[in-house]
Design a protein around this ligand. Structure first.
Ligand SMILES: NC(=O)c1ccc[n+]([C@@H]2O[C@H](COP(=O)([O-])OP(=O)(O)OC[C@H]3O[C@@H](n4cnc5c(N)ncnc54)[C@H](O)[C@@H]3O)[C@@H](O)[C@H]2O)c1
Length: 352
């Protein structure tokens, strides 16, 4: 869907400007995992844009607390524009009950943000089957359930809508150490790509978007990041949501957020390197392979340095990352920016 529709306005019979796109006054936003972090920030920002809210979370106590704050701060104590419901996104019947409540009360959905997820660390093996089950149930089936429960209705309603699925860079570049989370987020990426393509082919007025936060100071990173001050390298949830809305307005499908530690150029280079493992038949996750560690560091350093030797023409920000099949970097694999210290070329990498 062309996203100019987000800001599209029509004039009603009284000559008043009426919002027509999915985001704007009177429209309806559904957010899963809305009791904290990015989901809560999205709810707060969308409420301030005049949208009605249907918020769900597995933590009802927290959801009711933050929901009341939104009702008081944004809706002057009138709770008729806000639905708060306890939903476990991994249970399809609970998602269906949520949809029924939303449609009964608001009649349509214009923003469906499938955001709820859990983060539990752990490798591929050991006795961590319950971790796998939980992460796939919540992170992947939460999105599948949300899609199955809501999207057929979005497709049949008159007004435009967007489905925003929260992914992760870990589902793209796959840093070792969190196998189940990475698998769940890689699957979510694929699912959202498939959904977007199907909606496009169907000429639907519903579009899907993959929202990939950077490092965001929320509860997801465990006690370290949940407590105390925001680490300098992280973005706030509100910054991340503002970036998401800016890109959504442009109609972007892939919304990959930077943070204070990782620039857009660094992300592009890392993703290009990761994709090139397959093209160049390198070892799996070669970025973390001892024999490739230095090459990767050099690649990043050169890619981020516009004055690097061997670079024949100026390369602005935002080029497409690409490695030629012979393994040489094409010009367009470079992105502008200052030389940076590469800190994560080691064996294990924290979340990215
Ligand atoms: N914080 C980051 O740095 C970061 C980075 C990349 C991606 N993400 C993604 O952003 C999204 C939001 O994460 P966050 O950082 O705001 O985390 P968060 O823990 O603050 O928020 C997640 C919310 O989901 C809820 N939830 C968990 N299980 C649920 C279930 N079964 N049903 C319903 N709700 C459930 C939690 O109660 C919580 O309120 C997640 O999809 C996460 O994977 C976060």
């Amino acid at each position: 869907m062309p996203f100019s529709t987000i800001q599209r306005q029509i004039i009603d019979e009284q000559g008043q400007a009426v919002s027509f796109g999915p985001i704007g006054p009177g429209r309806v936003a559904v957010v899963t995992g809305a009791a904290s972090g990015i989901g809560l920030a999205a709810a707060q920002v969308l409420a301030r844009q005049g949208m009605k809210l249907a918020l769900c979370d597995i933590n009802l106590e927290l959801l009711e607390r933050v929901g009341k704050e939104i009702v008081d701060d944004v809706f002057a104590g009138d709770s008729s524009s806000v639905i708060l419901m306890k939903v476990d996104v991994s249970k399809f019947e609970e998602m269906v009950a949520f949809r029924e409540k939303v449609l009964d009360q608001f009649g349509e959905v214009n923003v469906l943000m499938l955001n709820a997820a859990v983060f539990v660390g752990g490798g591929t093996f050991a006795d961590n089957l319950p971790v796998w089950r939980k992460m796939i149930d919540v992170n992947l089936f939460g999105v599948i359930n949300g899609t199955q429960a809501f999207v057929p209705f979005l497709q049949n309603q008159e007004n435009d809508s967007v489905v925003i699925v929260t992914g992760s860079k870990q589902g793209i570049t796959g840093p070792p150490g969190n196998a189940a989370y990475n698998v769940s987020k890689a699957a979510v990426k694929m699912l959202t790509e498939q959904l977007a393509c199907e909606l496009r082919e169907a000429h639907s007025n519903c579009s899907a978007h993959l929202f990939v936060p950077g490092w965001v100071h929320t509860g997801a990173g465990g006690p370290e990041s949940a407590a105390g001050e925001k680490p300098a390298g992280a973005w706030t949830a509100k910054e991340t949501v503002a970036y998401m809305l800016e890109k959504l307005e442009k109609g972007d499908f892939y919304i990959v957020c930077p943070d204070n530690e990782t620039s857009e150029d660094m992300d592009k280079l890392r993703m290009a390197w990761g994709a090139s493992d397959l093209l160049l038949n390198r070892p799996a996750l070669s970025r973390w392979h001892p024999e490739y560690k230095r090459k990767f560091e050099e690649y990043m350093r050169e890619g981020l340095n516009p004055a690097a030797p061997g670079r024949s023409r100026s390369r602005g920000r935002g080029g497409d990352g690409y490695l030629t099949p012979s393994g040489e970097r094409a010009d367009s694999a470079y992105f502008g920016g200052a030389e940076v210290e590469i800190r994560d070329g080691g064996r294990r990498t924290p979340a990215e």
